[in-house]
Design a protein around this ligand. Structure first.
Ligand SMILES: *Cc1c(COP(=O)(O)O)cnc(C)c1O
Length: 439
């Protein structure tokens, strides 16, 4: 049995893992064509044919809508912008509550605050790490207006019961799909399982355009509102003949022609990139699933997971060791990834701290010094942001979850074998780690 790197032995791997490079010659050629055209954006913020953007933006939206079986796709310059535009389109306003997962990127909850509504955090399901109808139901009040369901880690929330519950209470459901493009639920792609879906095209996602995003919907009214909020609604409603002025305060969330042109190429590559991740996960899990104190992600029947990250569950009691020491030992056996060397080994404890623990919610300071919208006269509720308010989320984050990104293409079998060897080596040396930990 070889000595763990953490205890002075040689690491399993010191060579960097290959970078996740999805930009190729096709993207370069598409960008060159846009450069040649001289039109880097064709949007006009007034009611005009160019209100909807230039040729690449329009083609990208059409192709995205087709790929995700959506009636409408509206491109935006980030998923954050998309979440804000979708929240505005949902009619969220002062006095409203929006139920959201606390185990996600911060913008999912800020989307409510932007429209002066208050985020209410529901707990995650401990297996899927997503919201469930059960956890959402526990948070519904007469003030609830919408639900933001996050398909976290590339998994998909159990949407049918959530949509039933939403229909009963007349709530708009926004699917946050940033980590789950091309994931499916009972054969249907994410993005139109709810009323709107929001995708990210930032550099870290399965497919990317540097920065970018897309909002999908089957509802033409919602699509129109997202288009308006994306592009200076207030300056356009009159000429466009829009009479419902709720949330028609616009932004500039427009995507450029270069990003749209790249997005069209990315869309073609997406399904293969996702399949390769899935194959890599299958291979890796085949080698490490016997480790008794680790559980592999459990995917509900009818769901195709797309593994934005590979989220394992660590059982500290069964291991007789803290998660911190386990992850430290694993990371010592492995190497960083090209282009992201500064981040160290792409593996970590938990994901993001439950959002309600951020100062924004702990101190309830949003707009101005009076604590709006939390303390606005329009708002009659009292959200619970206390530590302990979402126990499954806290257990997952602080005790159980170990995430890593080493399943991304172009990881070869040899690369995956190094990852598996590191897991196995640490698992075989648990006694030495326990001795180290307990002095
Ligand atoms: C990446 C991500 C976002 C933000 O996407 P941007 O395009 O960077 O704004 C939001 N939510 C989740 C879950 C994400 O993973």
């Amino acid at each position: 049995m070889s000595t763990l790197a953490l205890l002075g032995g040689n690491p399993v791997r010191s060579k960097l893992f290959p970078a996740y490079r999805v930009i190729g010659e096709d993207d370069r050629a598409a960008v060159a064509d846009v450069m040649e055209s001289g039109i880097l954006s064709r949007f006009l913020g007034t009611w005009h044919n160019d209100f909807f953007g230039g040729p690449e933006v329009k083609a990208f939206e059409q192709e995205w809508a087709q790929a995700f079986s959506a009636a409408h796709a509206v491109s935006v310059n980030s998923a954050t912008s998309g979440l804000y535009a979708a929240s505005g389109a949902a009619g969220i306003g002062p006095g409203d509550e929006v139920i959201v997962s606390p185990y996600t990127m911060s913008a999912s909850a800020v989307a409510a605050l932007v429209f002066n509504a208050v985020p209410v955090f529901a707990d995650i399901d401990p297996v899927s790490y997503c919201l469930s109808a059960k956890t959402i139901k526990a948070r519904i009040t007469p003030r609830t207006k919408a639900i933001i369901v996050v398909h976290i880690f590339g998994n998909v929330a159990d949407m049918d019961p959530i949509m039933e519950l939403a229909a009963e209470h007349n709530l708009t459901v926004i699917e946050a799909c940033a980590q789950a493009p091309f994931a499916t639920y009972k054969g249907r792609p994410v993005g139109t399982l709810g009323h709107m879906g929001v995708f990210s095209l930032n550099y870290h996602k399965h497919i990317h355009t540097g920065e970018g995003g897309v909002v999908t919907t089957n509802d033409s009214k919602l699509a129109e509102k997202v288009q308006l909020i994306r592009n200076h609604a207030e300056a356009v409603v009159e000429k466009k003949g829009v009479t419902d002025l709720v949330n028609m305060i616009g932004f500039n969330f427009r995507l450029g022609e270069i990003e749209a042109a790249i997005g069209r190429r990315q869309l073609i590559k997406g399904p293969d990139l996702v399949k390769r991740r899935r194959d890599n996960v299958n291979y890796l899990e085949g080698r490490i699933k016997g480790i008794p104190f680790l559980s592999m992600p459990q995917v509900q029947d009818g769901i195709e997971h797309v593994y934005y990250v590979h989220a394992l569950s660590f059982d500290a009691e069964a291991a007789g060791l803290s998660r911190a020491t386990f992850v430290k030992a694993l990371k010592a056996e492995l190497a960083p990834t090209e282009l992201r060397e500064g981040e160290g080994v792409l593996m970590g404890e938990g994901y993001v701290r439950p959002l309600y623990l951020q100062p924004l919610y702990q101190r309830q300071v949003g707009y101005g010094e009076g604590g709006c919208p939390f303390k606005c006269p329009h708002y009659t509720g009292a959200p619970d942001y206390a530590a302990g308010s979402c126990p499954e989320t806290e257990d997952a984050h602080f005790n159980r979850v170990v995430t890593h990104e080493l399943i991304r293409p172009p990881a070869s079998r040899a690369d995956l074998d190094d990852v598996a060897d590191a897991f196995c080596k640490v698992a075989e040396n648990m006694a030495a780690l326990r001795r180290m930990e307990h002095g």
